[in-house]
Design a protein around this ligand. Structure first.
Ligand code: PLP
Length: 429
């Protein structure tokens, strides 16, 4: 099916409905100038890594689904702006529906408040901003494994950020008003015990925010992943998920959801510019960002209406398990930690940390330049964490880079033996 052609047909009908219009010559590029620019453009785009192919097994990157591209392109022609109903009446309605679907996925009530954002960073900023407004003068605790955005955004918001692995002590200290738990860390895909964190709210009155930017969609699985953690998101105060990571969407599409819709009052402001066309809710009234691509809502809506994500996510988890099994049997490579989601971490089998670090970098670079290339990523592990996991390895550095593969495409699953063979053979050189 040519999804894009279908989407463009729908847009052409919308354009034509407005009646004939003249074209202004100032909008037509000079053909020679365009050709020259386009030649350079195509050449430069061709230097992109093959994110779409299973031989790309590095960072959490993959192209959007063709259905998402089709809807995004159609709405982009309209250039809908979901700041206000004035700019995106159709796509704002799609956003409200798709946010309700996300709330339902997490087990949030029907009246939960939420909206899409341009990224997980902005979504987390909003959650921490609401946390600050509700617990003025108190800090925010997050895990030492949390995304660096939390300490940075605490600085932006002028609140104390506490990196800790003892959330109970942080809650007991009285210094902290909010605890951030991560359901799927960016580095290793580790899932914090959300079910333990939500108990702290009842005892100490802290807010619980779940950063599920990476892992949120794994809530759709009933097995293979730490299900109790994902189910407990239903009891959190707020949650963030990035459809541009595991929701098959183009950048930028994040989302933030609040269980208690009354936090909407915190956004209250008067806008002299917008909100003319209707007294209904404009998304800009409940979001910190103003202009935002309505196309993002269109793409997510059509994707979630057309496809089930669960079989895609479970293929990645099975791929990670299968590769971990091969790594456990290998003489050349070692598994760093057991994968909880779809991220595998491993390193060349050497006696000293400094050799592992250097070899990981060599394999990363040799993989990319090989005639039959493989694209991996490296992750720096703190020396203490590395020593705890691998006491037999001599620790002669303060951090160790290991190799990391995010197996987020379902096509990775049948490719696991190939990936393992490639990394093994490059490690032997
Ligand atoms: C990716 C990620 C972020 C940041 O989100 P962006 O969409 O890259 O801005 C925050 N937290 C976690 C856990 C993430 O994986």
């Amino acid at each position: 099916m040519d999804y894009l052609a279908r989407a463009l047909e729908a847009v052409a009908a919308w354009r034509e409905a407005a009646g004939p219009m003249p074209t202004h010559p100032a909008l037509t590029p000079d053909p020679a100038r365009f050709e020259a620019a386009f030649a350079e453009f195509s050449e430069r785009m061709a230097t992109s890594y093959p994110f779409h192919h299973p031989r790309y097994a590095g960072q959490m990157l993959k192209p959007p689904h063709p259905v998402a591209i089709a809807a995004y392109t159609a709405a982009m022609h309209v250039n809908a702006n979901n700041h206000a109903l004035d700019g995106g009446p159709a796509t704002s309605a799609l956003e409200v529906e798709v946010v309700r679907d996300l709330a339902k996925m997490f087990g949030f009530p029907d009246d939960a408040l939420g909206h899409l954002t341009s990224s997980g960073t902005i979504a987390n900023l909003e959650a921490l901003w609401v946390a600050r407004e509700l617990h003025p003068g108190k800090g925010v605790a997050f895990g030492t494994n949390a995304h660096y955005t939390h300490s940075r955004m605490c600085a932006v918001l002028g609140i104390e950020g506490v990196a800790t692995d003892d959330f109970e002590a942080a809650a007991r200290s009285g210094r902290v008003g909010t605890i951030v738990v991560t359901a799927g860390t960016t580095g290793l895909g580790t899932v914090d015990a959300v079910e333990e964190a939500v108990k702290l709210r009842d005892v100490y009155g802290v807010r619980i925010h779940v950063d599920a930017a990476y892992g949120g969609f794994f809530t759709l699985l009933d097995e293979l992943v730490p299900v109790a953690s994902f189910r407990a998101i239903a009891d959190a105060d707020s949650v963030v998920v990035d459809p541009h990571k595991h929701g098959l969407q183009p950048y930028g599409c994040g989302a933030v959801l609040f269980r208690d819709p009354s936090v909407g009052r915190l956004y209250k402001h008067d806008s002299p510019y917008t909100y003319f066309t209707s007294g209904d809710l404009h998304l800009g009234e409940i979001s910190l960002e103003c202009s935002r691509a309505g196309a993002a809502a269109a793409a997510l809506w059509l994707t979630l209406r057309s496809l089930d994500l669960a079989p895609i996510l479970s293929a990645g988890v099975r791929a990670a398990r299968a590769w971990a099994d091969l790594l456990r049997e290998s003489d050349d490579l070692r598994l760093h930690v057991e994968p909880q989601l779809d991220i595998v971490s491993y390193f060349p089998n050497r006696a000293r940390a400094s050799e592992i670090d250097a070899e990981s970098e060599r394999i990363l670079n040799a993989g990319m330049t090989d005639p039959d290339p493989i694209f991996l990523s490296t992750l720096r592990i703190d020396a203490a964490d590395f020593a705890a996991a691998h006491p037999d390895i001599e620790l002669d550095t303060d951090g160790v880079r290991v190799l990391r593969s995010v197996l987020m495409k379902p096509e990775h699953e049948p490719h696991v033996p190939w990936l393992h063979e490639r990394v093994t053979s490059i490690s032997r050189r």
